[in-house]
Design a protein around this ligand. Structure first.
Ligand SMILES: Cc1cc2nc3c(=O)[nH]c(=O)nc-3n(C[C@H](O)[C@H](O)[C@H](O)COP(=O)(O)OP(=O)(O)OC[C@H]3O[C@@H](n4cnc5c(N)ncnc54)[C@H](O)[C@@H]3O)c2cc1C
Length: 327
């Protein structure tokens, strides 16, 4: 329904910041993406529910963004409303009444930590370390939010969100706010069974008491590994492709001779072949064209089809169609 002006009018009474025809590139770690008809930053659950109810009632498409570190936003942008939870949803704390009730399989006392969806994963990892709680170390180098972690089952080779998630408070597409258990969310490799329009509002994690120094050492080792192997100073969305069973996408791309292949300003990183980076003014269509080149070359060389881990946001057609031939 409607364009930017009508949407601005429809959502005018809501609490929180809003911006019409808001460029999304600054909201994505790739630094790529056209405008959203309307960007809303609800400060709390009440405002979020109100926005979602209005969208449902008027048939307005909704897209939720966390830190934008695992998305490729199309050059045409997003028709409808983009919700960003980064103005609110920042509460983080140890759950009252949970401080040694359960015991972890390896013997330590379990503690439940609750984080709202906008909390950065690195902040959660640091908070846990400061309180002598182990389990969230793997999040120290992941630049996304807790909402994104639950949706994507963020993780590393060492551990993933599914290992520590207890449950999540979720705004369902029908407007109900429900607490879903880890089993109901059904996390798998960089995916979850959450309905497409469900919005994670907060999540609870089960952590286990440990020595803060040992936790800090594990976090430092993870950060050192990333610094040595990943192009952290470049704009990217992290690993672009999922690792196929039993092998690594980066190794397949590297061994196919694709490091530094480029389309426009989109390039395969020299440091880590599974990172597609924006070295200047790359557009989504450049990244998509490079993605295709990599998929076809790897398929020819290794007979393996790489699937993206990155979520495509916005006008599907514009993001996926190759640029038309001139003339
Ligand atoms: C340098 C770098 C390193 C990275 N390393 C890793 C890594 O080691 N492991 C890893 O797993 N990922 C990694 N990533 C990718 C990314 O950080 C994670 O997937 C992260 O969990 C995404 O969180 P986000 O808040 O940025 O989500 P976004 O990118 O904003 O969104 C990703 C998806 O989640 C959905 N989403 C976001 N918030 C919510 C919410 N509140 N409710 C419902 N859906 C939501 C979005 O709609 C979208 O579909 C890396 C990225 C970068 C740039």
């Amino acid at each position: 329904m409607g364009g930017p002006d009508e949407l601005a009018q429809l959502f005018r009474g809501l609490a929180g910041r809003r911006e019409s025809e808001a460029p999304l590139a600054p909201h994505s770690s790739f630094g790529i993406g056209g405008p959203a008809d309307l960007l809303l930053l609800p400060p709390n659950v009440a405002a979020l529910r109100e926005a979602a109810a209005l969208a449902r009632e008027h048939g307005v498409a909704l897209v939720v963004l966390g830190a934008g570190t695992n998305v490729l936003v199309s050059d045409a942008g997003v028709r409808g409303v983009v919700l960003s939870l980064k103005d609110g949803f920042q509460e983080l704390g140890i759950q009252a009444g949970n401080g040694g009730g359960g015991r972890h399989a390896e013997g330590g006392a379990e503690v439940v930590v609750r984080a709202e969806a906008g909390v950065k994963q690195a902040r959660l990892a640091r908070f846990a370390q400061q309180h002598g709680l182990a389990g969230a170390e793997f999040m120290i180098g992941i630049p996304g939010t807790v909402g994104g972690a639950v949706r994507m089952n963020a993780g590393t080779r060492a551990a993933c969100t599914a290992d520590i998630l207890l449950d999540a408070e979720v705004l369902l597409p029908d407007g109900r706010l429900a607490t879903l258990s880890r089993e109901e969310i059904d996390l798998s490799y960089r995916a979850s069974a959450l309905p497409a329009e469900a919005i994670v509002v907060a999540a609870r994690f089960r952590l286990v008491r440990d020595d803060p120094t040992r936790i800090a050492e594990r976090m430092a080792a993870d950060s050192a590994r990333r610094k040595a192997t990943q192009p952290l100073a470049c704009r990217s969305a992290g690993s672009f492709f999922k690792n196929p069973p039993g092998t690594s996408a980066g190794w397949l791309i590297d061994a196919a001779g694709l490091k530094e292949s480029a389309v426009g300003d989109a390039r395969v990183s020299r440091r880590h072949a599974n990172f597609l980076i924006n070295v200047g003014q790359a557009r989504a269509r450049d990244v998509v064209a490079l993605m295709r080149q990599v998929q076809h070359s790897v398929a020819c060389r290794w007979d393996v089809w790489l699937t993206p881990e990155v979520t495509m946001v916005g006008d599907e057609h514009a993001a996926h169609e190759p640029e038309e031939e001139a003339g």
